[in-house]
Design a protein around this ligand. Structure first.
Ligand SMILES: [Zn+2]
Length: 210
């Protein structure tokens, strides 16, 4: 959640995949570039809003060395722009094996992970192995993002990764609708705007045909 003094609108979570939401953490919703990962506090807030960390972990990190957190946010922005060029290059068609060569920066990040398992209660009350993180260092904040990107690369159908059809909009999403006919980042932001423009055009058409 952004504070009441923050002039920015809330970040967008319309990507239908954490990695796509991460890509959308900088956007131009009204023609002006808005950065939601400008510093360490931003990164913590975004991860919390994305449901990646809970309020307790967020609070703990907020009391940490801000300088170190700012550095991690800077690293997150670099990772995000690496992801953007990867996604832009490959969106709209299935990924080919040759992309493995391009994934070195991601693999390096994944190698830092220290996930461990605990047995908890899973479906139907059966014991289940649950991945955990220790959340000891600010650098760890990047790892769930790296995991989400890895999931996108390994499991998503890249032919369904699209940009919003509004040319002025920079938001992208993974179209997981049944019909695979999703066109907009959201109906509220761009869909309705496009509908209104089309409606006005129709009205103008009627006006001139009289
Ligand atoms: Zn849009």
């Amino acid at each position: 959640m952004t504070s009441s003094t923050d002039p920015r609108p809330d970040a967008f979570f319309v990507g239908d995949h954490l990695a796509m939401d991460f890509l959308n953490s900088v956007a131009m919703p009204a023609g002006e570039r808005i950065e939601w990962l400008a510093n360490g506090t931003d990164l913590i807030n975004w991860l919390w809003q994305a449901g990646v960390i809970d309020a307790k972990i967020a609070k703990r990190f907020r009391s940490e060395n801000m300088r170190a957190l700012d550095d991690v946010a800077a690293e997150a922005r670099v990772l995000r722009e690496w992801l953007r060029s990867f996604v832009k290059q490959h969106a709209g068609k299935p990924l080919r094996q040759s992309i493995l060569m391009e994934l070195e920066p991601l693999n390096q990040l994944l190698a830092r992970d220290g996930i461990y398992f605990q047995i908890g209660v899973g479906d139907g009350n059966a014991p289940s192995m649950q991945p955990m993180r220790r959340w000891e260092k600010p650098e760890e904040l990047l790892l769930p993002i790296a995991e989400a990107i890895a999931d996108l690369v390994c499991h998503a159908d890249f032919s369904l990764i699209r940009s919003c059809e509004n040319e002025a909009c920079t938001l992208m999403f993974y179209d997981r609708t049944k019909s695979h006919a999703r066109r907009w980042c959201s109906m509220a932001v761009c869909g309705n705007r496009a509908k209104a423009t089309a409606h006005r055009a129709r009205l103008r058409g009627k006006g001139t045909s009289k």
